[in-house]
Design a protein around this ligand. Sequence first.
Ligand code: NAD
Length: 325
Amino acid sequence: MKYLITGGCGFIGVNLVSYLLRKDPSLKIRILDNLSTGKAENLKEAGILDKVDLIVGDICDYDTCIRACKGVDSVIHLAAQSGVIPSIEDPFTDCKINVIGTLNLLKASLENGVEKFIFASSNAPIGESNPPVNENKIPRPASPYGASKLSCEAYCSAFYHSYGLKTLIFRFSNVYGPYSLHKSSVVAKFIKDAMLKKELTIYGDGNQTRDFIYVDDICQAIWLALGCEKEIWGKPIHLGTGKETRIIDLANFVKSLFNDNIRISFAPERKGEIKKNFSDISKAKEILGFSPSVELKDGVRRVYEWFKTKEIDEIRNAVILSGSE
Ligand SMILES: NC(=O)c1ccc[n+]([C@@H]2O[C@H](COP(=O)([O-])OP(=O)(O)OC[C@H]3O[C@@H](n4cnc5c(N)ncnc54)[C@H](O)[C@@H]3O)[C@@H](O)[C@H]2O)c1
C-alpha cells in the first residue's frame, strides 16, 4: 500500500507516519509538506526520515499535488492553516491554503485513481453549540478557520457523490502529543510556558471546556478507516474521547507537574472561541470500532516528558515563532 500524507512533517503528521510504520513497516509513505510549520527534523528525531519519500512543496500548487498523488492508494490530508486566531487575523490566507489546497488535492487524487481520501477537519465547523457535538448538529462556524474547514468538508462530500472518490471527514477534537513544539494549542502552550517559568494564562474564567485527545488515538481512528470496507464515505465522523475537561483543571494539572511553582493568571476571553466543547464519539465507536485509550493525565505526562528532551532556548524560540508571547 502507498499512502500520501500531506502535512506529514507537522505535529499530527509525524505521529501518524510513525504510528502507521509501527503498524506495518512495509507501507510506502510519501509526504507532501511545504515546511511552513512542520520540519523534516521532526521525522529525523522520530527515526523515520529515511523511511519516507518527502516532497517539499505546496498544496496550493495543483501540479505539485498531481505529482504527489501519483501511484498512491490513499491520501490522508492533514496540511492546513490550522489555527483559529491566524484565521481571524487573515481569512484570505486561511481560505487559500485550506479550501484551494484541499480542492487541488481532491482533484489530483481523482486524476490519479486514488481510492480513499481522509480529511482532517475539526469541531470548528460546528461553532457554538450545546455539547456533546455529533454528526447531527447543524454547522454554524464561529471563525474563518471553521468556515474553511466546513467548505473542505462540502468538497469531500461532493467528490464522493459526483465522482465516487471515497472521502471521509474526521472532525478531531483538541489533539495533543509529542512533536507539538511549534503549536500554540493549550496543552503545548501551558507546558512550554511552565518550562520557561512563565505564568499559565487562561483566557476567560477557566470554566470553558475541551475534549483533549492524545494523538495516538487519532492515529488509531485513521488506521481503522484505511482498512474499513463499510459504506462510510462522504460524511463526517467525530473523534475525541467523549470527555469534557475544564481549562482550569488542565492548568492545575500542568502546574502540579512543575511542583506547583508556576502561577496561573486570567485574561479576557478571546472572540471566536467556543465556550463548551466535547464530542459524542458513538458513531466512530460503532462504525470503526474506535476506542480512545490514553487518559488525559497519562497523555499530558508523556508530552511533558517529551518537552523535557528539548533545550530551553529551543522552547523559547518556538514560543516566539508561534506568536504566543
Ligand atoms: N492539532 C489539533 O488539535 C487539531 C484539531 C482539529 C483539526 N486539526 C487538523 O489536523 C491537521 C494537522 O494539524 P497539526 O496540528 O498537525 O498542524 P501542524 O501545523 O503541526 O501541521 C500542518 C502541516 O502542514 C504543513 N503545511 C501547511 N500549509 C501547507 C501548504 N500550503 N502546503 C503543504 N504543506 C503545508 C505544515 O508545514 C505542517 O507540517 C490540520 O488540518 C488541522 O486543521 C488539528
